[in-house]
Design a protein around this ligand. Structure first.
Ligand code: ATP
Length: 201
């Protein structure tokens, strides 16, 4: 890594843990944040090589008039675990490269990559450190039910069961932020921010 490159820090957490909320606080502190899941969706719609690879793998119905056919992919790809592995193997390398290129031009001691899956995809091996945002399950479920009224508790539990348990992520993480109602977030964020700034400078 070039000496002027920022440290690459992952920020992850299970569904509803509050990782996007925490990432926004780091943004307010001036830290550039790469929202990997949003960017992956954008690349799937806009990167010509990626579009062509997805069409080759899952059929021309993957795009309608050049626009990503989300309902087709949801029905035929995201419901089949083998196809999920396949689409991830196509999309992840493109996102990884895009993140590297983005990070290389940021002027900051460190940058954050916010993603639901980091440890699950071994993404931590390409990062300097990872922050896990951790919250008890019952709080996460109630937050998601409030945020996404279209989702049932059963659907949320299904997603949770597909993700690595929070305890395992806490073990692997370099920093853990406890996002519990009675625990103040900002002091925890400021403490990590100071440490990362010192390491990155
Ligand atoms: P996802 O994996 O679904 O993207 P996430 O981990 O990014 O979820 P957020 O979207 O940040 O989670 O938070 C989930 C919901 O909980 C949001 O509506 C957010 O405003 C709320 N929330 C997060 N943290 C807190 C908190 N400490 N107090 C109150 N509400 C919170």
């Amino acid at each position: 890594m070039a000496t002027n490159s920022p440290l690459l820090i992952g920020i992850t957490g299970g569904i509803g843990s509050g990782k996007s909320t925490v990432a926004k606080v780091f943004e307010i502190l001036g830290i550039p944040v790469y929202y990997a899941d949003d960017r992956a969706k954008w690349l799937m719609s806009n990167n010509p090589e990626l579009k062509s690879e997805i069409s080759k793998a899952f059929g021309s119905q993957s795009y309608l008039n050049g626009i990503l056919n989300r309902s087709y992919l949801a029905e035929t790809v995201f419901s089949d675990p083998e196809k999920v592995i396949k689409i991830n193997s196509i999309v992840h390398p493109v996102v990884a490269l895009d993140f590297k290129e983005w990070a290389a031009v940021q002027k900051s001691p460190y940058v954050l990559k916010e993603a639901a899956l980091i440890f699950e995809t071994e993404g931590h091996k390409h990062l300097d450190a990872v922050i896990n945002v951790s919250s008890p399950l019952r709080i996460r479920i109630s937050r998601i039910l409030m945020r996404d009224p279209h989702r049932s508790e059963e659907q949320i539990n299904h997603i949770i069961n597909q993700q690595m348990p929070d305890e395992a992520k806490n073990e692997l993480a370099d920093f853990v932020i406890k996002n519990v109602d009675n625990k103040l977030l900002i002091p925890q964020i400021l403490k990590i921010h100071e440490q990362l700034k010192a390491r990155g400078n």
